[in-house]
Each structure stands twice: as structure tokens, then as C-alpha cells.
Write a protein that binds this ligand. Structure first.
Ligand code: FAD
Length: 424
């Protein structure tokens, strides 16, 4: 008999909870990754840096495993079909993996669980991508928190210590295949300019995070979003570091878990407003204006610079994400779901819980969102956070600065009226 460890959004060998349990199980372990066609087929483009990132991270794991005379088994297809085949070929005792809290992933795991159960194979899942999951942090009446501050207070109170798990890599099954994993081309994708580097925690950057994080030109945030998204870095390592070096950065990691538990408890947010009354907003949804926003041509330099940064690099600074999202939903009165989908298609660090939570926050319809009448003034934001226009100049050539698509004051009044009518 043999066990399987199924890698998903935990692409690392160190401090990997499910992997450790698998390797301690007493049976040899086959490391498995599934290039899931249910996900890949939905991507619009065959040039996707995130797919390349995953591919490079897998190659990296594979090379590490080769020194233990083993290697990762990569399959391309629908998970259920892959498991149907594995069950035919192998005598599996248990499939181990780490838990995923997105509604689609929960449905997929249930399907796999049910299938394996029919074959008398165990399916064991562990908490790994968060410190606190599901209902670990709830109010005294056991209901979930929907406001960040009390949630983060309880989160900090409950945190005793972060425990690292050293994984003994000697219990893998032998592997006689090639040292190269399946190529990107074989799965219908192109090589991009993505360069996978093992993520590292930068002490100087994190120590001064609270001072500079709001100034996009300084680019002083960690850029670890993608590593946390795909688990190439352990969240326990991050939290341990944050506890030692910077409480503001710790709060950002708690925001991440806050939105994850919101998505877990309120999966309706995937398609609907957290605050239902906001469904009454009559969005203008002008398609031409949406395209102008996407391409960074609104005539608001800070907005356009942000969208161009996103389009070129797959990253956008948090302050500018807030400004561009507010502009789309308030100034242009375009449904937050359109903006959310556009960010999802572009962001390297795209994460359903964080993206959805933050978009709903910007539109005012999310949990713990700012009141709708607080509308960002893009000029004031630029003055405050990009005083010398350094960020703007970096991403937006001066000769490409346009006339504003809407006049700020008029757009503001229109947004206030529309929101007020919807919430009356
Ligand atoms: P740092 O500032 O160094 O923070 C460290 C980590 O904390 C981040 O990598 C992330 O994992 C987490 N984090 C920080 N801020 C938040 C936050 N507000 N909410 C949830 N987690 C947070 N973050 C994503 O990870 N994925 C998304 O798809 C995403 N979409 C967003 C959409 C909008 C409209 C807005 C306003 C914010 C969004 N964010 C998203 C949150 C935040 O902007 C990014 O996490 C951050 O900019 C990533 O840069 P960094 O890795 O340098 O983060």
C-alpha cells in the first residue's frame, strides 16, 4: 500500500502540515500535483505568468526531491478523472492534502472525498495556509466576525506560538522518471517573463513597513502575495517574522485571514454584495468607460498609472488598488464585479477571498466597508501619496495624459445620489 500527498496551494517542502502528516504515516508517499483543466481551461490567455509561476515552483520542488531519489508526479486533467486512474494503478491507503476554503475547492474536495470513500481510501485534510481557519475565531455566541478590529483582537489573543514543522523527506516513494517535469507547451501555455525565486522575508523592508507602505513610488511592500497565494512560503514563517519585526505587517496578514473566513462563512459573496441592500444600486455599466478604465486612459493620472502597472506587471500597489477600485465603482458607477473580474484576470497575487473582500470594501457593500459617502478624491490621494508624481511618471508617459473622462465633483455628486437612492 502507498499514500499520496496532493500539493495544491502549498507548493513547498518545508513547514507543510499535510505533507508532514503524510510522511509520518508509516507508508511510502507519492507527491502529486494536478494541473487542473477545470481551472486552466477558464484562463483567457495562454500567456499567464501565474501558470508559469506554478510550473517553475513545481520544477523547483521536483529538483529538490530528486536528491532524495524521488520526484513529483504531475497529471494534467480533471482531478476526479486523475484519481479514477490512480485508483486503478495503485493500492492507495490515504490521500493527504491541505485544506482550501474557496467554495469551488470545497466542492472539488467533497467530490474526491466521496469517490475515494467508495474505494475505501481515506482522504485527510489539514490546516496549513492560515493560522486560524473556519470557526477558530468566532464571537462569544459562536457567530463569525464581520468587523475586522474585534476579529484581529481575538486573533492576536488566541495566537500562542507559531509552530514550524520540519519535514523529513526520506519517506517518499522512489521515482524513476525524468528530471524535467511536463513542459508548459504540453499543457497549452507559453513561457512568460516570470522568474521564480524562492520567496524570502526581508528584514529591513518589514521593519520599516509601517513607514513607507502607503507610498507607491517607494514600492516598499513585500510582494509576497503570490508566494502566500501558492504557498511557496509558509504563513507561519510570515507571522513569526511579523510578530518579531512589525505589528502593522502582522495586521495585513490578519486581513488575509479575515477575508478568508468571510468567504468560508458567507460564500454568497462570490457573486453577491455582503450587504444585500447594495444590490439596489443602479450601476451605469458603460462598457466603453470600462474599457477606458482597464487600459488606463481615464485622464486621472494616478488611476491610469495604476492600471498600467497592473497591465504590464500583474502587480499594483495596495494604495493604488484602493484608488482605482473606488474610481470604477464611484466615479464611473460600474459594478464592482466587473472590476473584480478584471483584477482576477491580471493580478499575480489574485486570491478570491482577498480580491472579493477588498472590491466589496471599495464599493461600500462589503463587511466592514467604509461608509459609501466617503469617496476617494484621486487628485488628493495623488497629492498625499505621490507628492512628486514619481509613481505616475513611472507608469504614465506625460504625453499620454488625457482629459478626464468625468469631472470629479460631478461624478461624486452622481455617485452620492445613486447610492442614496439605492439605500433609501
Ligand atoms: P504586503 O503589503 O507586503 O502585505 C503582506 C501580505 O498580506 C500580502 O501579500 C497579502 O497576502 C496580505 N494582505 C495585505 N493587505 C491585504 C488586504 N487588504 N486584504 C487581504 N490580504 C492582504 N490581495 C491579495 O492577496 N490578492 C488579491 O487578489 C487582492 N486584490 C485586491 C483588490 C483590491 C481592490 C484591493 C484594494 C486590494 C487587494 N488585495 C489583494 C490586498 C492588497 O492590495 C495586496 O495583498 C497587496 O497589495 C499585495 O502586495 P504585497 O504582497 O507587497 O503585500
Amino acid at each position: 500500500k502507498i499514500n499520496i500527498f496532493w500539493f495544491r496551494r502549498d507548493l513547498r517542502l518545508e513547514d507543510n502540515t499535510g505533507l508532514q502528516h503524510a510522511l509520518n504515516s508509516g507508508l511510502k508517499v507519492i507527491p502529486l500535483f494536478i494541473l487542473d483543466t477545470d481551472i486552466l481551461d477558464k484562463l483567457e490567455d495562454d500567456y499567464d505568468r501565474r501558470v508559469d509561476y506554478i510550473h517553475q515552483a513545481l520544477q523547483d520542488i521536483h529538483m529538490e526531491l530528486r536528491s532524495f531519489r524521488t520526484g513529483i508526479h504531475i497529471h494534467h486533467g480533471r482531478p476526479l478523472e486523475v484519481f479514477k486512474k490512480l485508483v486503478q494503478d495503485l493500492e492507495i491507503d490515504t490521500v493527504f492534502c491541505n485544506r482550501d476554503y474557496e467554495p469551488g475547492a470545497i466542492r472539488r474536495d467533497q467530490e474526491i472525498h466521496d469517490f475515494l470513500q467508495c474505494h475505501h481510501i481515506k482522504f485527510q485534510q489539514y490546516k496549513d495556509q492560515v493560522i486560524f481557519e473556519k470557526s477558530d475565531i468566532v464571537k462569544s455566541d459562536f457567530s463569525p466576525y464581520t468587523v475586522f478590529t474585534p476579529y484581529s483582537k481575538k486573533w492576536k489573543e488566541k495566537l500562542i506560538k507559531t509552530e514550524f514543522k520540519t519535514v523529513d523527506l526520506t519517506h517518499f516513494a522512489e521515482f524513476h522518471g525524468s528530471s524535467e517535469i511536463i513542459s508548459l507547451e504540453e499543457i497549452g501555455f507559453k513561457k512568460t517573463d516570470m522568474q521564480f525565486k524562492k520567496p524570502k522575508l526581508n528584514k529591513a523592508l518589514i521593519e520599516s513597513y509601517h513607514l513607507y507602505r502607503d507610498f507607491p513610488a517607494m514600492n516598499c511592500t513585500t510582494h509576497l502575495g503570490i508566494a502566500l497565494r501558492f504557498g511557496t512560503l509558509s504563513v507561519r514563517a510570515c507571522v513569526d517574522y511579523a510578530l518579531k519585526h512589525n505589528e502593522t505587517w502582522l495586521n495585513e496578514l490578519i486581513w488575509r485571514e479575515f477575508f478568508m473566513q468571510i468567504l468560508y462563512h458567507f460564500p454568497k459573496v462570490v457573486t453577491g454584495c455582503f450587504k444585500e441592500k447594495y444590490e439596489n444600486i443602479v450601476w451605469r455599466n458603460n462598457e466603453k468607460e470600462f474599457r477606458v478604465w482597464c487600459s488606463g486612459n481615464t485622464g486621472y493620472p494616478i488611476v491610469d498609472a495604476g492600471m498600467r502597472e497592473l497591465n504590464e506587471t500583474g502587480f499594483m500597489h495596495n494604495r493604488v488598488r484602493m484608488i482605482t477600485a473606488s474610481f470604477l465603482t464611484k466615479h464611473l458607477l460600474i459594478d464592482w464585479r466587473w472590476g473584480e473580474a478584471y483584477f482576477a484576470s491580471k493580478l499575480l497575487d489574485y486570491d478570491l477571498a482577498a480580491n472579493n473582500g477588498n472590491w466589496q470594501w471599495a464599493a461600500g457593500c462589503g463587511c466592514d466597508a467604509a461608509p459609501y459617502f466617503r469617496i476617494f478624491n484621486p487628485y488628493e490621494q495623488a497629492k498625499k501619496f505621490d507628492k512628486e508624481s514619481e509613481y505616475i511618471r513611472k507608469w504614465l508617459p506625460e504625453d499620454e495624459q488625457k482629459l478626464p473622462i468625468v469631472e470629479h465633483r460631478e461624478a461624486r455628486e452622481r455617485a452620492l445620489k445613486t447610492y442614496k437612492e439605492a439605500l433609501a
